[in-house]
Design a protein around this ligand. Structure first.
Ligand code: G3P
Length: 215
């Protein structure tokens, strides 16, 4: 599984988000790879309506209908077509109780949860909340040029032991098929990445290479 987090990159916002998501769909179709996109809340509906690719929110808040100005309502994300949501990304950290409640709300609606953790131990501590996936991303490697697979392979091995391969995604600095291949070999089910795709001059070529790493 490959998930591209569009974050708030300009190349992955609004019209550009739709264009980039379309490239993901093309690559998914051409390679048969499980490729998903985590997009900004305001881009969810359009991308879900126009494309046929799993679309995720980057965050939800543990609120229901009512007076919660400025929050991201899980029901709205679902109505907009999201299949699930990232939670607790390093750039959007949550208090443990808030995370627990957010996972609970997602579960009530059948939204897939991908909970981010900064290290294997923290990731394992989230198992009690029973998220669908746990994405381990060393914060110091996020947005950089060296992938977690090459810089800290022991983190992936350790995470696979503590969390189990079925639930484990890894990310930070993932840029090419070799990074993906190594992550899978070390025990991950897939990768979560951003800048390798969002900053690429030829995102389709990068995605084709990344998808090749899943084989
Ligand atoms: O959510 C993915 C992310 O934090 C990794 O970012 O740019 O290192 O692939 P990047």
């Amino acid at each position: 599984m490959i998930i591209t987090n569009f974050k708030t990159y300009e190349s992955a916002t609004g019209e550009s988000a739709l264009r980039l998501a379309k490239i993901h769909q093309e690559v998914a179709r051409e390679t048969g790879a499980d490729i998903q996109v985590a997009v900004q809340a305001v881009d969810l509906a359009r991308i879900s309506q126009e494309l046929d690719i799993p679309v995720l929110a980057q965050h939800i808040d543990p609120v229901g209908f009512g007076g919660h100005t400025g929050h991201i309502l899980p029901e709205s994300v679902q109505t907009a077509g999201a299949a699930g949501t990232l939670l607790n990304h390093s750039e959007r950290r949550l208090e443990r109780e808030v995370l627990k409640a957010s996972i609970q709300r997602a579960k009530e609606l059948g939204l897939v949860t991908i909970v981010c953790a900064q290290d294997p131990e923290e990731g394992a501590s989230f198992l009690e909340f029973d998220p669908d996936y746990i994405a381990v991303e060393p914060p110091e490697l996020i947005g950089g040029d060296i992938s977690v697979s090459t810089a800290q392979p022991e983190i992936i091995e350790n995470a696979a032991k503590l969390i189990g391969s079925e639930k484990l995604l890894v990310g930070a600095g993932v840029k090419n098929g070799a990074d993906v291949r190594l992550a899978i070999k070390l025990g991950a089910k897939g990768v979560l990445l951003a800048s390798g795709v969002t900053k690429a001059s030829d995102p389709k070529a990068v995605l084709m290479d990344l998808a090749g790493g899943l084989k």
